[in-house]
Design a protein around this ligand. Structure first.
Ligand code: F6R
Length: 607
């Protein structure tokens, strides 16, 4: 959450910062601000509202300012409401800083500072952090930062300017992400690659508890013992075009359409002679040796991918799998040991709760494997094994293509180890891979038939409550359909295991309440249809998602969306497209900003 950018070099810093903030806006859009060197002082322009409000303010108040060094921030509010005053950057004495994260002991620190007669003007934890850095500043920025780090508790990524060192930016992080690059135009640091990519495809992740010093001539990296450290360079293989809307009205729609390509990139390199193969990922076949169980832990949509993964792994490998919400797992003393494989799933690789869950799993001696989209992210770096998904940048807050490739990675994983562990022969595995490829091939077809979803969404414009029901894989998918609809359209919805609805919640089914019923699994199809009849007889408007070959009695539902015929186990790849479209069009038809739903941010780096 919160987008951070810093630049020092020979370009117009106001331009670099404001344009960078536009790219980073999906990380938070409550307020935005920049601070830059202007002669012998630091000038700050900040405002509540989106980056466009900041750009207008900069135009009004700073059009003639010449500067080539500054920092910029787009905020997702945590401590202190949304206001101009609480916007970043914050200045205390000679220090101006921006922050992503939460300073947990800020009240204690504030009390200490107030005893010294230093009072903050905002309600933010960030201003306290600026005051703490300034409090320990005696003319040496690095010493001041080191002193501050000893006092600050919580997660943070800071970019800091010191009035007496124009042209320099100091950065440090603990938990929250920062990536940096240097070109002959200058040094850039940001919380996300999307803001760096137009300067260079080569970058490094600022290691935790290291200080980066950016000057127009380069970036130097020090550990907290003042030893200079060589940055570990990484290369990104997508370009600026991938991070732009490319003619689509919203990133969410663009990303829905990118799914076939994302699937190809994730799957193709992991097939060898018709079998799933992880040798290039360095995941050894021995990973299952002595294993008693698997725990999948993640948040939100990534956790929903885990629910599908549980179904697959248990069915194909016959090993117990628990799926745990990371924010619960991390605080519950989980039963995890060296006989457990803990799998974390994360698009960003920076989600604070998932990262903490991973660290706890390691502490308890578990083997860890992560399924991550962002290269070099904290979760990827700290896991024993990584299965990268290759979705490319996902900008829309609502995750679509990242979920799709998380599924692909889980299917590949389950197929590989069902084979390795002798649950299936080579021939059988090859046949399953073939069916898998056939199923993912249908995603393209699903993308070109969005009319039904659009028409259904039209009818949902005035809906306040809706239910998703399904059994087995369809229940797992219902959870994903429900979160997608809620987050972008603000229609309240709940996902229910279809058989469970009658144990209380069916009392909410009255005339015209929409129920989206997923019935793609033949083994429970008849049971599902009984559940559909139960809600329909209580007045529900039923939208049925089923396969082309299913015999659907027209009196059973109000709308049907069909997915191509395929082996049931692969149905989620196509059914989820229908759910994504319903959520997308419902939001569009309600006139909402699909890419920036209220109160949300893309990468949840606070707990
Ligand atoms: C919903 C959504 C979120 C994320 C969750 C985890 O559309 O995007 O629920 O899935 O915040 O994020 P990552 O995958 O980055 O760990």
């Amino acid at each position: 959450m919160c987008g951070i950018i810093g630049f020092t070099g020979i370009l117009d810093a106001k331009e670099v910062l404001t344009e960078g903030l536009s790219e980073l806006e999906y990380r938070g859009y409550d307020s935005a601000g920049i601070a830059y060197v202007l002669g012998d002082r630091i000038k700050t322009v900040k405002t509540a509202g989106k980056v466009n409000c900041l750009k207008e303010k900069v135009q009004r108040e700073a059009a003639g300012d010449q500067t080539s060094c500054g920092i910029g921030h787009t905020r997702w509010a945590t401590h202190g409401g949304v206001s101009d005053l609480n916007s970043h950057p914050h200045t205390a004495g000679k220090v101006t800083l921006i922050h992503n994260g939460i300073i947990e002991n800020y009240q204690e620190l504030q009390a200490e500072l107030e005893k010294k007669g230093k009072t903050p003007v905002s309600q933010t934890d960030t201003e306290i952090a600026a005051m703490v850095v300034d409090d320990g500043y005696d003319g040496d920025p690095v010493k001041a930062i080191k002193r501050a780090v000893k006092r600050l508790e919580g997660a943070y990524a800071f970019c800091i300017m010191f009035e007496e060192f124009p042209g320099r930016i100091y950065c440090i992080r603990n938990g929250s992400p920062l990536v940096a690059t240097y070109t002959e135009k200058g040094a850039v640091i940001a919380s996300d690659l999307v803001a760096l990519i137009k300067y260079s495809k080569d970058y490094f992740v600022l290691p935790e508890h290291h200080i980066a010093e950016l000057t127009p001539d380069g970036i130097r990296l020090f550990n907290l013992l003042d030893q200079e450290v060589e940055p570990k360079m990484l290369h990104v293989n997508w370009d600026t075009a991938s991070a732009r809307k490319g003619g689509y009205e919203y990133f969410m729609l663009k990303e829905i359409h990118e799914q076939p390509e994302a699937l190809r990139r994730t799957i193709t390199p992991r097939l060898k002679d018709g079998l799933p193969d992880f040798s290039a990922d360095n995941i050894p076949d021995s990973i299952f040796e002595g294993l008693h169980k698997i725990v999948i832990t993640a948040c939100g949509t990534a956790m929903h991918a885990g629910l599908i993964g549980k179904n697959l792994i248990e069915k194909w490998i016959r090993i117990p799998v628990d799926v745990e919400i990371a924010s619960e797992f991390r605080y519950k003393d989980p039963i995890v040991d060296e006989h457990t494989l803990v799998m974390t799933i994360s698009q960003s690789g920076e989600t604070a709760d998932t990262l903490a869950a991973l660290r706890l799993a390691k502490e308890k001696g578990a083997r860890t494997l992560s399924i991550v989209n962002v290269k070099g992210s904290s979760i990827a770096r700290e896991s024993d094994y990584v299965l990268y998904t290759h979705a490319g940048p996902e900008i829309a807050v609502a995750s679509t293509k990242a979920y799709m490739v998380q599924l692909a990675a889980l299917y590949l994983f389950a197929m590989r180890f069902a084979f390795v562990l002798g649950k299936r022969t080579e021939e059988q595995t090859k046949a399953v891979v073939k069916s898998f490829l056939n199923a993912v091939g249908h995603v393209e077809k699903m993308l070109s038939s969005d009319e039904q979803a659009e028409e259904i969404s039209e009818r949902l414009v005035k809906t306040e409550d809706l239910f998703f029901i399904g059994r087995g894989l369809d229940y797992a998918l219902s959870c994903e359909g429900s979160i997608k609809l809620k987050e972008v359209s603000y229609i309240h919805s709940e996902a229910y295991a279809a058989g469970e609805l009658k144990h209380g919640t069916i009392s909410l089914i009255t005339d015209n309440v929409p129920v989206i019923a997923l019935a793609t699994q033949k083994d429970v199809y008849v049971k599902m249809i009984s559940n559909v009849k139960e809600v329909r007889s209580r007045g529900a408007k039923v939208i049925l998602i089923t396969t082309e070959d299913a015999l659907v009695d027209a009196s059973l539902c109000d709308h049907v969306i069909t997915i191509p015929e395929m082996e049931d186990i692969f149905a989620p790849f196509c059914a989820v497209v229908a759910l994504q479209y319903i959520a997308y069009y419902a939001a569009v038809k309600r006139g909402l900003n699909v890419d920036q739903p209220r109160n949300l941010a893309k990468s949840v780096t606070v707990e």
